[in-house]
Design a protein around this ligand. Structure first.
Ligand code: ADP
Length: 222
C-alpha cells in the first residue's frame, strides 16, 4: 500500500528524513511518534505528494510518487484524506459547504454528492449541524467536520498530523475512537502524534522517529 525505499529529505542543512525504509500494508493503523522535529510531518507530506524526496523511492498503491509531476497530484490525492491539528476549515461557510468542497473540486455534481456528504457527516455525528457555520463550532466539532471532509471521497488512506493537538482529554478520546472506527471499515490510517494517551488508545503499529530515522517499529494491526 505504502512503501518507502531508502528515502531521505533535507531542508538546506537540516536532515528531515534519513534513509527511511518502510512498508505499510492495506488496512493498517500506524502511529508516528517522536519528538518535535523528528520528521513526522515530512513523512506524511511525502506520502500526500506535498513534497518530494531528495533520495529514495516512494510507492503508494504500487505507483511511484517520488518524482510526481503536478498533473499527477490530483489523481494521487483522490485516494487520500488528510486531517491537520489546526482545522483549516472555511469559518464563514457551513458544515455542508466545507465537506462538499473536495467532491466539487473533483467535478462532482448532483444527488450523489449530497448523499456522500450526508454519509460522511453521519459517520462523525455532525449531520444535525450541516447548516451551521464552522466558525461557531467547538474545537471537537470542528475536528469532526475535518474528518468528514477527509473521508467524504472514501479514501483508501487517511493521514492525520497531530489531529488531537488542540483538543482536551475527553475530546481526544472521542476523536481517536472515530479514527479507529474509520480504520475498522478498511481505511489505512497513518497518524502523527506525540500524545502517549493517543498512542495507547489507538493500539496500533508504532513507528518511533528521531532525527529523521525510524528508531523502532512495534506492533502491527495488519
Ligand atoms: P515533526 O513533524 O516530527 O515535528 P518535521 O517533519 O516537521 O518534524 O520536521 C523535521 C525537520 O525538518 C525539522 O528540523 C524541521 O525544522 C525541518 N523542516 C521541515 N519542514 C521544513 C521546511 N519547509 N523548511 C525548512 N525546514 C523544514
Amino acid at each position: 500500500m505504502i512503501q518507502f525505499f531508502h528515502v531521505s529529505k533535507r531542508f538546506d542543512r537540516t536532515v528531515a528524513l534519513k534513509d527511511v525504509t518502510l512498508h505499510i500494508q492495506k488496512g493498517e493503523r500506524v502511529l508516528l511518534t517522536g519528538p518535535s522535529g523528528a520528521g513526522k510531518t515530512t513523512l506524511l507530506k511525502l506520502i500526500f505528494g506535498a513534497d518530494t524526496p531528495d533520495e529514495g523511492q516512494i510507492l503508494v498503491q504500487n505507483r511511484n510518487i517520488s518524482r510526481l509531476r503536478g498533473s499527477d497530484i490530483p489523481h494521487l490525492r483522490r485516494s487520500m484524506g488528510f486531517v491537520l491539528q489546526d482545522f483549516k476549515l472555511l469559518p464563514k461557510k457551513s458544515v455542508f459547504e466545507n465537506v462538499v468542497l473536495p467532491l466539487i473540486i473533483q467535478g462532482g455534481t448532483g444527488p450523489e454528492v449530497k448523499k456522500k456528504v450526508t454519509e460522511a457527516l453521519k459517520a462523525v455525528g455532525m449531520d444535525h449541524k450541516r447548516a451551521t457555520q464552522t466558525g461557531v463550532l467547538s474545537a471537537g466539532e470542528q475536528q469532526r467536520v475535518c474528518i468528514a471532509r477527509a473521508v467524504v471521497n472514501s479514501p483508501i488512506i487517511l493521514l492525520a498530523d497531530e489531529p488531537t493537538g488542540n483538543l482536551d482529554t475527553d475530546l481526544t478520546v472521542e476523536i481517536v475512537d472515530l479514527f479507529k472506527t474509520i480504520n475498522a471499515r478498511g481505511t489505512t490510517v497513518l497518524m502523527a502524534t506525540h500524545n502517549r494517551q493517543v498512542v495507547e488508545q489507538m493500539n496500533g503499529r508504532v513507528l518511533h522517529l528521531h532525527s529523521g530515522r525510524i528508531l523502532s517499529d512495534q506492533g502491527t494491526t495488519a
